[in-house]
Design a protein around this ligand. Sequence first.
Ligand code: GLN
Length: 380
Amino acid sequence: MQIQSKLPNVGTTIFSIMSKMALEHNAINLSQGFPDFPLSAELIDGVHHYMKEGMNQYAPMPGVPVLRQRISEKLNRAYGISVDMDTEITVTSGAIEAINSAMTAVINAGDEVIIMDPAYDAYEPIINVNGAKAIGVSLTQPDYGIDWESVKARVSDKTRMILINSPHNPSGAIITAEDLRQLEALTRGTDILVLSDEVYEHIVFDGQEHQSVLRSPELRQRSIVTYSFGKTFHATGWRIGYMITPPELMAEIRKVHQYNTFTVHTPTQYAIADHLENPVNYESIAAMYQQKRDYFLEQMKDSRFVPVKASGTYFQLMNYSQISDMPDTEMAEWLTKEHGVASIPMSIFYQDRQDNKVLRFCFAKGEETLKAAAEILCKI
Ligand code: GLN
């Protein structure tokens, strides 16, 4: 049988490849981003409680009302905005479902979507499967910032959307209030939509603030913003997130969402709604992750890996050019198989797969794990 692939150049995601390799070689897995410490026992009890209470049938298509209510309160608290729980919030199966449903709803064949380069690996295939083209704009070096003149230069009459991601995976860079002003100026008077992937919104370090596009009344009108409870509550396997967008856009996106996943696991939605009542549950994670970042860096200070400054996310980039001139994919494989520490080669996040001898390490791990990994890496 002849299959006409819609994604002929796409293989298995690097996260599955490296996690599998880590498992097979019994390596410490700092590749795929997920925490290795337990989540709140109260949250787990909550899911169990609502299952026993009989909350086991389909939730309403946009998400259970009490969860959307709490999300609205959380957004008000974090960004000082008022969001309508009925028309502007949809609970999704992770942020990636939100991105898929949103793109499928608003991107047409032949459109162009501007993405930052490097970018999270899922964006381009989702753009391509919708018949559109990803236009990569290089982030600046060494700080992975956005050069708005370069973005402007790539805007064309086909540009349907600009996709930004802050805190940024894989670099850990964050956007500033000035970036929001630049994005406002660039999109003003156009039909360009903004997709802002903000799944690491609560993981921002050194007293800095997350600059959500939702803070800008002007950008909010054209933005689809995605969030993740998996990241915030250390439960990446639960696959639960949400998106925020104005009512007219949301109506279109829900047309896709309802035939995509329809709804998300019901008892988990109720349990998360309860968990959101106490803001400490999400506001405390920045300090917790900052401590982990600093601990990992401290343990690595005598190594020949050179860290790249990270302002957010739970990823740390490390340059290994003082150690080897091996391509980063080979280096990641060698470190996993021969030394027992798995990481992600940075080149896979670039459109042209450029190799700058940089690996991404996930530090969402217990101190023992970070210490053991650093001990190995320091000897290399
Ligand atoms: N977001 C995670 C990362 O960047 C991976 C998610 C996945 O494995 N699909 O590591």
